[in-house]
Design a protein around this ligand. Structure first.
Ligand code: C2E
Ligand code: MG
Ligand code: MG
Ligand code: MG
Length: 285
C-alpha cells in the first residue's frame, strides 16, 4: 500500500484555478524577496545515540518566518521553490547557514557533532554543486566529516551520474545519507558503489512498527542489511518508547524523532548542549 505522511499538503498557497499563474508568480516573488530579507530560518532536530543518550548530530530543517502568516513549514514553500528553481539559492543558504552554525558550536567548545542537510534534486543536478560545497566548506571552516548530505533514492536513478557526483562529494570528505529510505526504488547493489554512509529509515515505516508486522519486518531487514554492508542506519519519526525498544532490539542505535526532540531553533539546541556538557563535567568531578 502507499505510504502517505502528508508531505504534500501545501494548501496555504494552493493556486486559485481562476487566477491563472498570478498567485504562483506572487509566491515565487515573495520567496525571492524572503531570501533577500533573511526571512528563512533553520531549525535543528537532534539525532540521538540511544546507547549513550547523547546528541550525535542534528538535521537542519528550513522554515519561513513569514511576516504575516507566521512560521511556515517546508511543505508550504519547498515544492514551489523546487518548481521555480529558487531551491538552488535557498538550498545554498541552508547549506552555508547549517555549516556555519555547526562550526560555531564546535568553536564554543561543545563536543563535535554532525549536521545533516537535505539536498533537492534540482541542486543535485547542477553542474557546480561540488564546487559550491567545496567553497562552503572552506568559507565556514567546518570539518567536512561533520557535514552529511541527505539525498533521496530518486536522485540515484541515473546510476552513472550518481556514481560520479556522489564520488566527488565523498572525495571532499563529507558524508552521505539516503533519506526516507524504503519509499523509493533502490538498487541495493549500488549502495556500496555510491559510498553511502548511512540510511535513514522513513518515518512511515517507523510509525507503524508496533501495529503492522510487515513494517516491523521491513525495518528489521533494512537495519540488518545496512549493517551487513557496513552502512549505518538511523530511524526517523520515533515518537514512542515502544518504537525505541523495537529499534534497540534490532541494533539500530541512532534515532531522530519527537520522542526525544522536535526540530528546535539554534538557541534551544545550544541550551541542550550546554546542559548535557554540564552533566558530563559533574560526572567527571
Ligand atoms: P525530511 O528530510 O524527511 O525531514 C523529517 C521531517 O519529519 C521534518 O519535517 C521533521 O519535523 C519531521 N519529524 C521529525 N521527527 C518526527 C516525529 O517523531 N514525528 C513526526 N510526525 N514528524 C517528525 P519538516 O521539518 O516539516 O520537513 C519536511 C520535509 O521538507 C523534509 O523531510 C525535507 O524533505 C524537506 N526539507 C526540510 N528542510 C529542507 C531543506 O533545507 N532543503 C530541502 N531541499 N528540503 C527540505
Ligand atoms: Mg531529511
Ligand atoms: Mg527524512
Ligand atoms: Mg521522511
Amino acid at each position: 500500500r502507499m505510504k502517505d505522511d502528508g508531505k504534500n499538503n501545501y494548501n496555504v498557497f494552493k493556486p486559485n484555478p481562476n487566477s491563472g499563474g498570478i498567485e504562483r508568480l506572487t509566491l515565487e516573488n515573495s520567496i525571492r524577496k524572503a531570501l533577500q530579507l533573511g526571512e528563512f530560518v533553520l531549525y535543528y532536530q537532534p539525532q540521538i545515540d540511544i546507547l549513550t543518550g547523547k546528541i550525535i548530530g542534528t538535521e537542519a530543517l528550513v522554515r519561513w518566518n513569514h511576516p504575516t502568516l507566521g512560521l511556515l513549514p517546508p511543505a508550504k514553500f519547498i515544492p514551489i521553490a523546487e518548481e521555480t528553481g529558487l531551491i538552488v539559492p535557498l538550498g545554498e543558504w541552508v547549506l552555508r547557514t547549517a555549516c556555519l552554525q555547526n562550526q560555531l558550536w564546535r568553536e564554543k567548545g561543545f563536543a563535535p557533532m554532525s549536521v545533516s542537510v537535505n539536498l533537492s534534486s534540482r541542486q543535485f543536478s547542477k553542474h557546480d554543486l561540488v564546487e559550491t560545497i567545496k567553497e562552503i566548506l572552506l568559507e565556514t571552516r567546518i570539518d567536512p566529516q561533520y557535514l552529511e548530505l541527505e539525498i533521496t533514492e530518486s536522485m540515484t536513478m541515473n546510476v552513472d551520474v550518481a556514481i560520479e557526483v556522489l564520488g566527488k562529494l565523498k572525495e571532499l570528505g563529507i558524508h552521505l545519507c539516503i533519506d526516507d529510505f524504503g519509499t523509493g526504488y533502490s538498487n541495493l547493489y549500488y549502495l556500496k558503489l555510491f559510498s553511502i554512509d548511512r540510511l535513514k529509515i522513513d518515518r512511515s515505516f517507523v510509525r507503524d512498527i508496533m501495529t503492522d508486522s510487515n513494517d516491523a519486518d521491513i525495518v528489521a531487514t533494512i537495519i540488518a542489511m545496512a549493517h551487513k554492508m557496513g552502512i549505518d542506519a538511523i530511524a526517523e519519526g520515533v515518537e514512542t518508547m515502544d518504537q525505541l525498544d523495537f529499534l534497540r532490539s534490532q541494533n539500530c542505535h541512532e534515532v531522530q524523532g519527537f520522542y526525544y526532540h522536535q526540530p528546535l531553533p539554534a538557541e534551544e539546541i545550544e541550551q541542550l548542549l550546554a546542559r548535557s556538557s554540564e552533566v558530563k563535567t559533574n560526572l567527571q568531578r
